[in-house]
Design a binder for this molecule. Sequence first.
Ligand code: C5P
Ligand code: C5P
Ligand code: C5P
Ligand code: ZN
Length: 455
Amino acid sequence: MKEHARECNTEIQKHESVYVVSHIDADGLTSAGIICKALQRAGINYEMRFVKQLDDNIIEDIANINPQLAIFTDLGSGMLDSINANGINAIVSDHHQPRGEGKYHLNPHLFGANGSYQLSGSGTTYILANEIGQNKDLVDIAMVGAIGDMQHLKKGHLTGVNRLLLEEGVKNGHLSYEKDITLFGKQTRPVYKLLQFSSDPFLPGLSGDEDACIGFLHDMNIRFGGDERWRRWIDLESAEKQRIISGVMQHCIKSGLQPFKVERLIGEVYVLLNEREGTEMRDASEFSTLLNATARYDHAETGLAVCMGERGKAYEDAKKLLGEHRQNLVNGLKLVKENGITQLDHIQYFDAGNKIKETIVGIIAGMSITSAGRRDKPIIAFADSDDGVKVSARGTQDLIRKGLNLSQAMSDAAGSVNGAGGGHDIAAGATIPATGRNEFLNKLDEIIGSQFQKN
Ligand code: C5P
Ligand code: C5P
Ligand code: C5P
Ligand code: ZN
């Protein structure tokens, strides 16, 4: 991969300015941050553009702009034919399942690594950036992109090429990792909120109930009144952390939570050592959520600035957006619970209409599997979009072992109703015409049924 990255770099160095196109999620933003930093350091001008999805219209538009060179990060591998047909001189640095071929195409799938969990768009772009120049310090946001795409979930820790990059980052003093509680918000949130907002696993009697969470911590003799109401996980003594972890685990086992869910309370967590303690950027998972809160709401430039090291206004803006994003996730999950999930033979689905933004419906679909859905079928979510209907699909590792490939299924089912889709085996998306929804559902149900049968 490095060798091919070197060839890509040779092409990049021929140009004074390039046009960068990336994706509007945490992995897309960190990929953009990495390539922009590398270009900046190399003295190459760049223009940046973020897109929700790369389709023929956007590719034609880019062709009309006629850049000397376009660099696509965290997208492009599924659209190589169109990029070629439009005569764009392009570098594609991506990790989605490839369709077609490209001259400068850097993608782990082409080098024996699985792009859905062994290397992210940001990791791929980090490899490219280190051929452009010395950019080893960017390994921290490369790992944030991998966590944003949930690549650590397959084995409970980062593996494959991700792991090689992680170890390099640890050796160079940029990163550390340790076993710790996996609940969200260890750097920035009061401890009881970690319990209160836990959706994976859903903690019986605690999730969603602030008083119960505070009472639970009191009973464990965790000081938690007055000024100490705001103590965060990072403020606790290590004995207190131990007490909470075993207390929560015992509570969950007593409440009948399945052991594999209880085990998910502990896992490897990733710390960015160059960031200030108590900020979102210190924790890879909080950082990735902060980024999603910008780009998925048309504020990619804010997230990009944070990725490139700005800690003034951009960070303040991002924090505000994060508050709104959190509220939207809570509301979205509630809506799915209230309206319910419809079961077909091999899939389950909900239609959010215009109640959930199409750019976050996939996140809510993924969270809904654990909070409201069943684990024996993939979940499909619909949301209204300007171009028709947006579809997001999420599966589980168990289902992949049984033959599920959502990328293939979504691409085929969308194609059959004049839509387009793709992604990863475990998480995929599509856009289809509104009139094709029911036909799409039946087709998808049938395709996924046959994927299970073949296995
Ligand atoms: O375009 P992209 O590669 O970023 O999309 C990956 C998506 O897949 C993310 O939204 C991520 O949350 C989702 N995912 C998931 N579960 C996994 C792996 C990825 O929901 N185990
Ligand atoms: O928005 P949320 O409900 O998470 O509110 C927590 C608030 O408490 C945030 O404004 C956060 O900055 C603040 N906080 C604090 N001291 C801490 C932890 C959080 O002031 N140790
Ligand atoms: O939008 P969502 O988070 O559901 O996307 C999940 C995955 O599907 C992402 O990797 C995204 O890049 C991919 N996708 C795609 N084509 C679409 C929509 C999403 O390849 N039309
Ligand atoms: Zn990605």
